[in-house]
Design a protein around this ligand. Sequence first.
Ligand code: PBG
Length: 323
Amino acid sequence: MIRRNRILRNSPAIRAMVAETILTPADFIAPLFVTEGKGVKEEIGSMPGYFRHSLDLTVKEAQDLWAMGIKSVLVFIKCPDELKDNKGTEALNPDGLMQRAVKAIKDAIPDMVVMTDVALDPYSSYGHDGIVEGQEIVNDATVNVLAEMSVSHARAGADLVAPSDMMDGRILAIREALEYNGFSKTGIMAYSAKYASCFYGPFRDALDSAPGFGDKKTYQMDFANAREALKETLMDVEEGADIVMVKPAMAYLDIIRLIKDSVTVPVSAYHVSGEYAMIKAAAKMGWLNEEKAVIESLTSIKRAGADLIATYFAKDAVQLLNK
Ligand code: PBG
């Protein structure tokens, strides 16, 4: 034998020297769930250890994240039932919870990169990402609302809007609306390859946004397909996406790699609520070591090609990396 591969695995020091993939706090985007009220901190049933916070506590949470070196948050809001309708009217309210949340976070931590979810589902009486007519989720009317919503988020101070709806043509419409309204510095992180996935279940509990009828398969992608992810992503880049996203992450590492090798914009991956819940549940049963599962999962997502990872483990991961 003239090649002994185990030489480079011999000790923690040598393994650290040759490690190809290193996680850092700046890799992470921390999702935040905001709810109305004051001093409210509600644990999400299917996401143990993760919370909905009222605005005051959201700002505190964002300050903690910033102090740990996490540079970005992705804001979601829980819309009160009485404000939901088919057109997502509340999404455009300049004084809505999302708009107030963005302002409050940017006021407290001006350098934090604030991203906002753009889709109708939290505001929709049907729990769908777009406007419903009959049984259909209509594309073009939805895109108009998404563009207006993006401008409203930009006006509140968002650094990037993050359309998660999977309507056709929304990136171009959003870019044009931002330009037309003078928000040339506001970027777009496009959920480009977003699959119709069962792994979003716990998130829909968090925001009470489960679809009231049917499923999301006429707009989110079929998990049987890879080339379609490339088609979607290349189009989003052409339409003006600054960052593209693959979602979920762990069952889609092949897609992350495919996209990484095919575009020159940064690629993000969303390690989604169901992926969080699986690790939490197995750890609770004593079947998995949570800390090791978290670092291995996030490292594998980065190794697959993700430049950024949206994850509910952002804070835990930074604590583990600092150990
Ligand atoms: C809604 C949206 C969803 C997620 C992010 N934005 C759910 C869905 O599409 O039904 C999922 C995030 C997660 O599961 O962590 N447009």
